[in-house]
Design a protein around this ligand. Structure first.
Ligand code: XMP
Length: 317
């Protein structure tokens, strides 16, 4: 019968056989799949594995530094690449959600390809593809979080020509988590909510600016931290803050304000295909709303999204 230990053992053997003394490059995202892929490969081939973690400037507050440290603590051979300015520059003036996704996807490949070129004689591209992604890519375009699905962007980047290793491609998500736990990956990393590849760009409605990124990062941080403090985080499938592109009137002291609206979203789901909004306690929502309005300059109103999927989607863009 299948156990995480037997899977790890047989994977290590077959990865060593397949890779030999060659080098492998892997893009880490902070997510569960790429992290488990990296640790498994690292067990098999050590520092022949070269990981690249790109900061697109659209991650959660402090996420890049925190996750980079966690990766290093786990002994991974990882290079952090801060490309924030490049992404934010490319997004300037762009308001269409699909356009944002395309720009971010293309730039990610560009940055990743540049970094992969700096590693001499790399032969393999590792990816955190899991079984549901395999099924999905047989029918539609494939998981948007993996590199291969972006290959229809102009000429084929060199990383696309590498041989592919996908050690998790026969596993379901819960099996990936069990393998991760057996590999000693901290629960904090394994229990992380899903986060979209385009990051906060699709949680800022309309144009993305550095100021808006900072604002939504603060609001999101207060919300997510609150969920953790109240031990609600693990009971929620995904959560985050969204910055609306319109402002509303408020009042502070004797003065009228005209500031941004933040929407909070928290859903239950099993695969993201359908989702129900979470009935978070009113007292909790009240506290988070107060904290956001008091601590995040530029926000005077917080609303809670009570729509389920379908017909609403989880993300607002
Ligand atoms: P929706 O908004 O379609 O989201 O209900 C379902 C799940 O997919 C994530 N999502 C994305 N992930 N690239 C990604 O890697 C994307 O462009 C993207 N759009 C949505 C979303 O966060 C949720 O988990």
């Amino acid at each position: 019968s299948w156990t995480p230990e037997s899977f790890i053992q047989s994977s290590i053997e077959s990865l060593r056989r397949k890779i030999g003394v060659e080098k492998v490059v892997l893009g880490l995202s902070g997510g569960v799949d790429s992290t488990v892929t990296a640790v498994l490969l690292s067990e098999a081939i050590g520092d022949q594995l070269h990981c690249i973690f790109v900061n697109n400037g659209l991650l959660r507050k402090n996420e890049f530094q925190n996750v980079l440290h966690q990766y290093r603590d786990m002994g991974l051979n990882v290079k952090g690449v801060d490309a924030s300015e490049r992404f934010l520059e490319a997004l300037r003036g762009v308001t269409d959600p699909e356009q944002k996704r395309k720009i971010i996807g293309r730039l990610f490949i560009e940055v990743f390809d540049e970094e992969a070129h700096k590693i001499e004689d790399v032969s393999f591209l590792a990816q955190g593809t899991i079984y549901p992604d395999v099924i999905e890519s047989a029918s539609v375009a494939g998981p948007s979080s993996t590199i291969k699905s972006h290959h229809n962007v102009g000429g084929l980047p060199d990383v696309m020509k590498l041989k592919v290793v996908e050690p998790l491609r026969m596993l379901f998500k819960d099996e990936v988590r069990r393998v991760g736990a057996a590999l000693g990956i901290p629960d904090e990393l394994l229990g992380r909510h899903p986060f979209p590849g385009p990051g906060l760009a699709i949680r800022i409605l309309g144009e993305v600016t550095p100021e808006k990124v900072a604002l939504v990062q603060e609001a999101d941080y207060i919300f997510i931290n609150g969920l953790k403090e109240e031990r609600l985080y693990d009971h929620v499938w995904q959560a985050g803050a969204i910055l609306l592109d319109s402002r509303s009137v408020g009042v502070m002291g004797d003065e009228r304000t005209y500031e941004y609206v933040v929407a909070l979203r928290a859903v239950h789901s099993t695969d993201g295909m359908t989702a129900d909004w979470v009935h978070l306690p009113y007292e909790f929502l009240a506290r988070i709303s107060n904290q956001i309005i008091n601590r995040v300059p530029g926000v005077n109103r917080v609303v809670y999204d009570i729509s389920s999927k379908p017909p609403a989607t989880i993300e607002w863009e």
